[in-house]
Structures are given as structure tokens and as C-alpha cells.
Ligand binder design. Structure first.
Ligand code: C2O
Ligand code: CU
Length: 491
């Protein structure tokens, strides 16, 4: 939210890198453009990322271009020749996976497996740098429960730039508990991954790489996206990859829908809602019943972002400038949905229960700590406990197998999206109200509104790490790049 000298420096550097990268690996995709619309209303067919399965996954990050609007194509990043974003990795809990990440950019990068419980040196944080032209080959056992995770660059001070250009992808984990449930799971047909973000364009159609807010929505990298969905229960796996903006999600007819998973796994039972707030980095899986909709009817999935309290990212009233955007403080469409005939074996009912999670409570806690969001005054960067991120600093030392309660205190200017690596946590309390049913499951990101303290409990088990740190940070990539990030060891 604050533009400072660090960002200005990044802007100049980013511009140099963009020009350099253009001469490296380059793929071009013109499949989505304002002129190749699939209907008379100017919609474009939603892009569904291709999938990779098995236990060996090869990823290559490269530069590309994508025709996103009338005029020049936009310089972008994508994995495996995709012109924005990357393939969806499908993994099974318990598998030992080998990943080979090749960096075809003319710049360093890293790839972080967001939400995964893995050894710190496999984590892909700022310390696992992949030089230009190099390949990084982490391997680990998949220990997480079935849910929707994602991978993305985490190079310190370059995360915003590389994410903005499109680097990222989904990871879907399967496990026996989820597989035994009667849930929609035909990828791209009744099980739809949705990555939501927005971009601001420069006059040459390149992305603005330093803005906190985009002006034009991209749904799976598709502007004005639409999809045809069968007349039955449909599942969406929704990820917010904005720089700062949060979404107050719902449907244009205000229908009830059902949250079935949080960031790290199934809820105990579906939670009926008409709105869900989804902050940067958070995921929800939802079920929507299209079984009563007429074939040929349509509706929109929307962000109902009008009139949010100050501090909600995207509530600022300005329509331009550093704190403004064409999407601020309005309701806008995320996806246009056309209802078509049901598939052969449709899911027509909502399961009553989903999982038997046993969550940590206050009585389990072996250690408590408080982290306060500081800084951000008069154009300075936000910090945790008055410490800006240090590559060699250790901010928290945690005992292996500790069950810790972290209270994040935010009485300071604006809301933030707080993320802890390595663990899934349970949100125990919010100082200004109750914890919503739709965020009652395992989480790795929690939204911290202005004026609130939020407490979460996690167990730091399995992986001791006395040298290579794990990260905790604000998931607004501009805040993270500016130093709203800390490091912890588990010993
Ligand atoms: Cu999604 Cu530290 O990251
Ligand atoms: Cu922040």
C-alpha cells in the first residue's frame, strides 16, 4: 500500500529484467484475446491449466507473451510453456515426489510449495535460490491432507514482480478420506480450479509490476472469463493471488453455497454461506448446486466488495493511483457461468459430513508468542515487531514438537494476510468477534483486519531445521518484498 524508495528501486530494476528476459526462452500464446471471444457478450472461455500426475514433476519457468487485451501482447511468465501461470500438479498423500525446476528466465527465482509440511531446505523459500539457467531438484514425502495448494516464486524483493508476471500454479493433493466422499472431482468439468487476480496495464500493455491493485480481473489468466457447467453439484477450488485485494465472494443471485475445505484440508462438514471473504494466499473449495438451474440459464460468481470497512484491501474509494483501482469499492464479476446438461454420473446431493478433524485447543499449547505488525508510517515499510526482514536473522526459535499459540496483533493502519510456512494451524480466536464457520478448518493463511488480534495454534513436528529457516510473512507480495517477513528455526 505504501510506495517507498525500495519499491522505486524495484521498479527500475524490474524494467531492466523484463527487457533482458524477453531475449531468453519465449513462447507466444494468442488463444485469449478480445477478438477471439466465444459468445456475443465479449466473454472469453475460462482457461483450465493442464495437469501433471505421477511422482516426478518437471517444471520450467520461462518468459512468454499473452494477448490479454486489444493491442500489443503482454510480457508474461509461465511454467512449461504456458503463457501465464503453470500446470496443476496432482499428488497423492504419502507419495515420495521428485520435482525438477528449471529456471529459463534471465533472473534468479525460487519455487515455494505453499502450505506443504516439508523440510526447510525443500521449501523453496528465499534461501533456495535457482540461478538463471539452473535446475533445482527437491524431493519430499507428501504429508498434507487432500486440499488445494499452490506453488509460486519466493525470491526476496522479486516476489511481487514474478507473481505479477504470472508465475504460479496449483497443487491438488488427494487422500483416501477425500477420495471416499461423493464429491465432484472431474477436473475441468465439475471440479474447477480458479485463480483470481487483477492487473494494471501500462500504456504499452505491459503489466504494472509495482501496483498494489490491478484494474482488470484475470480468472485463470483469462479476462472476462466464462465457463459452461453441468446442471448438478459443481466444485470450485478458489485461490486469491492478488497483490493486496481481498474478495467478498458470492453469486449474483445471492444463492447459498457450501464451503468444504480451507487452505489445508476438509472441514468436518459443509458450511452453508452466501458470502466468503478470501484474502491473498487463502484457498477455499466450495460446492455450488446447479441442479435446480435451467439449462441455458446463467449467473455470475462475483466479488461483493462495495462498502467494506477501511483496512479491507480494496475498500479504498479511489479509482486510480497508489491506493486506488477501477475495482476498488465496487461489486464485480469473477466468472460468468452458463448452465448446460448434466454429465453421465452427476453428484446431485451434498454430503452431510466430510472429515473428523481433531483441532488443537488452548489446553494443548506448550508455548505462546505474540507478533505485532509495526511500521508503515509515513511511507515506511511494514515490519514485524519493528524488525525488517533480514536474510540471516532468526526471529523465532521453536522447539521440535512444540504446540504453539501465535497471536498476531494489528492495530496499525491496514489489514494483512498472515502466512506461516511448514504448518497448518487452527484459528482459535479473533479479538473483535468470532471465527467464521467457513474458516474453522486447517489454515496456513489468516486475514488480520485492522484493529484485531488473531490467535492461531500449530504443532511444529517432523522436521527440525537448525540452519535453514522457515518463513512467516504477510502474503501481500509488496509488503513481503518490503520486509514484512520473519524467519524461524525448529530445533
Ligand atoms: Cu505463499 Cu511464503 O508463501
Ligand atoms: Cu501486509
Amino acid at each position: 500500500m505504501i510506495i517507498n524508495k525500495v519499491q522505486l528501486g524495484t521498479l527500475i530494476f524490474a524494467f531492466t529484467v523484463a527487457v533482458t528476459a524477453f531475449n531468453c526462452k519465449k513462447t507466444t500464446d494468442s488463444s485469449v484475446s478480445d477478438s477471439t471471444t466465444s459468445s456475443t457478450k465479449g466473454y472469453n472461455t475460462l482457461w483450465i491449466p493442464p495437469t501433471l500426475t505421477g511422482t516426478t514433476f518437471n517444471l520450467t519457468l520461462g518468459s512468454s507473451t499473452k494477448q490479454l487485451r486489444t493491442g500489443a501482447a503482454t510480457a508474461t511468465y509461465g511454467y512449461n510453456g504456458n503463457s501465464f501461470w503453470g500446470p496443476t500438479l496432482i499428488m497423492n498423500k504419502g507419495d515420495d515426489v521428485q520435482i525438477n525446476v528449471t529456471n529459463s528466465l534471465g533472473d534468479q527465482t525460487t519455487v515455494h510449495w505453499h502450505g506443504f509440511h516439508i523440510p526447510a531446505i525443500m521449501d523453496g523459500g528465499p534461501h533456495q535460490i535457482i540461478n538463471a539457467g539452473a535446475t533445482w531438484s527437491p524431493n519430499f514425502q507428501v504429508k498434507n491432507n487432500a486440499a488445494t495448494f499452490w506453488y509460486h516464486p519466493h525470491l526476496h524483493m522479486k516476489t511481487q514482480e514474478q507473481l505479477t508476471k504470472g508465475a504460479g500454479g496449483f497443487i491438488l493433493v488427494n487422500d483416501p478420506v477425500e477420495s471416499a466422499l461423493p464429491l465432484p472431482r472431474t477436473y475441468g468439468t465439475d471440479d474447477i480450479p480458479l485463480v483470481l487476480t487483477s492487473r494494471r496495464y501500462n500504456t504499452d500493455n505491459s503489466f504494472n509490476l509495482t501496483t498494489a491493485y490491478g484494474d482488470y480481473l484475470l480468472t485463470n489468466g483469462t479476462p472476462n472469463a466464462e465457463i459452461s457447467l453441468p446442471k448438478q453439484f459443481v466444485r470450485f477450488r478458489i485461490l486469491n493471488t492478488e497483490i493486496e485485494r481481498a474478495y467478498n465472494l458470492g453469486f449474483s443471485d445471492n444463492r447459498t453455497f457450501y464451503v468444504i475445505t480451507n487452505d489445508g484440508g476438509l472441514l468436518n462438514a459443509p458450511v452453508p454461506v452466501t458470502r466468503v471473504k478470501l484474502a491473498v494466499g487463502e484457498r477455499v473449495e466450495i460446492l455450488v448446486n446447479l441442479g435446480s438451474d435451467a439449462v441455458g440459464s446463467s449467473m455470475d460468481m462475483k466479488a461483493f466488495n462495495t462498502g467494506q470497512v477501511f483496512g479491507f484491501p480494496g475498500a479504498e474509494p479511489a479509482s486510480s493511483g497508489n491506493f486506488g483501482s477501477l475495482l476498488n469499492n465496487i461489486d464485480f464479476s469473477l466468472l460468468h457461468i452458463n448452465v448446460v446438461a448434466p454429465t453421465a454420473n452427476p453428484i446431485m446431493a451434498l454430503p452431510g459430513t466430510l472429515a473428523n478433524n481433531v483441532y488443537w485447543t488452548n489446553t494443548d499449547v506448550t508455548k505462546s508468542r505474540t507478533i505485532t505488525i509495526t511500521g508503515g508510517q509515513a511511507g515506511s515499510a511494514f515490519t514485524f515487531d519493528n524488525n525488517t526482514y533480514g536474510f540471516t536473522a532468526i526471529n523465532q526459535n521453536i522447539q521440535l514438537n512444540a504446540i504453539e499459540k501465535w497471536t498476531i496483533v494489528n492495530n496499525n493502519i491496514f489489514g494483512h494476510s498472515f502466512h506461516i510456512h511448514d504448518v497448518q494451524f487452527k484459528i482459535i480466536s479473533r479479538s473483535s468477534g468470532s471465527v467464521a464457520g467457513y474458516e474453522s478448518g486447517w489454515k496456513d493463511v489468516v486475514y488480520i483486519p485492522l484493529g484485531e488480534s488473531v490467535s492461531v495454534i500449530a504443532k511444529f513436528d517432523d522436521f527440525s531445521s537448525g540452519v535453514s529457516p522457515y518463513m512467516y510473512h504477510c502474503h501481500f507480495s509488496n509488503h513481503e518484498d518490503e520486509g514484512l517477513m520473519g524467519q524461524f528455526l525448529v530445533e
